[in-house]
Design a protein around this ligand. Structure first.
Ligand SMILES: [Cu+2]
Length: 98
């Protein structure tokens, strides 16, 4: 997953699915420790890698509450995995802060 921050502020991005490894920061390869949150500095590009081996509904979001409430929150989707109890199209957009 590639995290591109085009803004002038940092974003602590957090994955609920488990740990990931930072493998590149601004083009520099890295073999960092496993973590579940990474601060993405302003105007930077960070690449992370993780094993997608825990199917479910896992948020990936900025840990600054008003950023997440403003839309910096998503749900990575597993190909071929059904989530019959999850119907985001039925949630009013204001629940996502839109
Ligand atoms: Cu943020």
């Amino acid at each position: 997953m590639v995290l591109t921050n085009k803004t002038p502020m940092g974003h602590p991005m957090h994955l609920h699915d488990g740990a990931f490894q930072v493998i590149e920061i601004d083009g520099e390869p890295l073999s960092g420790a496993q973590r579940d949150t990474i601060e993405v500095p302003p105007h930077s590009i960070i690449k992370i890698a993780f094993d997608a081996d825990n199917p479910g509904i896992w948020p990936f979001h900025c840990h600054i509450p008003y950023h997440a409430d403003s839309g910096m929150c998503t749900m990575p989707k597993y190909e071929g995995v059904e989530t019959p109890h999850w119907h985001p199209e039925e949630v009013p957009s204001e629940k996502f802060g839109l």
